[in-house]
Design a binder for this molecule. Sequence first.
Ligand code: C5P
Length: 245
Amino acid sequence: MESSVKNKIIIALDVDALERARELVGLLKSDVGMFKIGKQLFTRYGPQAIDMVHTLGGEVFLDLKFHDIPNTVAKAAEAAMMHGVFMFNIHALGGLEMMKQAAAAVQAKAEALKQRKPLVLAVTVLTSLSSADLSALGINAAVPEQVVRLACLAKTAGLDGVVASPHEIEMIKKECGQNFLVVTPGVRPRTSKADDQKRVLTPGEAIRKGADYLVVGRPVTGAPDPLKAVQDIIKEIEEQATDRR
Ligand code: C5P
């Protein structure tokens, strides 16, 4: 399927075995443009997980959430770039200087090697944290306020966008501009269960609110028929888009 929706869906390959990840990519690549490789698969298999997706014709979102001193993150960012990933992420709480150096290192390396520059995203506040958790960490801001503050800092640092819950999309777009990308996990089709995601929206609702990309894991990878699950998601997004007109 060649549709713009295809390029907005990212399937999280949160599985134990590379073989299972390969099966999923093979099954879904006709309808999904990008696959997310996170700590689970990467810690076990390393760059061969990235190569597997590329070999099958997919793009990669490398979700390793780098958080360290600026020089270390800048070097890790260059390494991610050299694997040809389409996007990767770093923690905004690493600070302005860390984000600036990562963005600059990727830009310089891409120019030097004449390679595509990956999108660099910031993780703001993990969706598992509440305002009370922030307070225990000594951060006396409510979650939405902290999310917007960190998103704006990421923009100032030269990053391309953020990973954020579907409930934060509109606020971020308002404060950081429509071109600042928002990648949204925590979406659930109406027919699937929420798992441990607390504040979910449907894929269509998230796109309507302005999400540029959606990350979907278990509703697809845990479905009896993952391809049908993806096709149902695409249908729901297209129906919501039609309702809008
Ligand atoms: O299975 P599910 O659809 O909940 O998967 C969502 C994916 O997005 C997981 O890989 C999870 O680690 C990731 N994620 C998230 N919330 C964030 C950042 C990433 O759920 N704030």
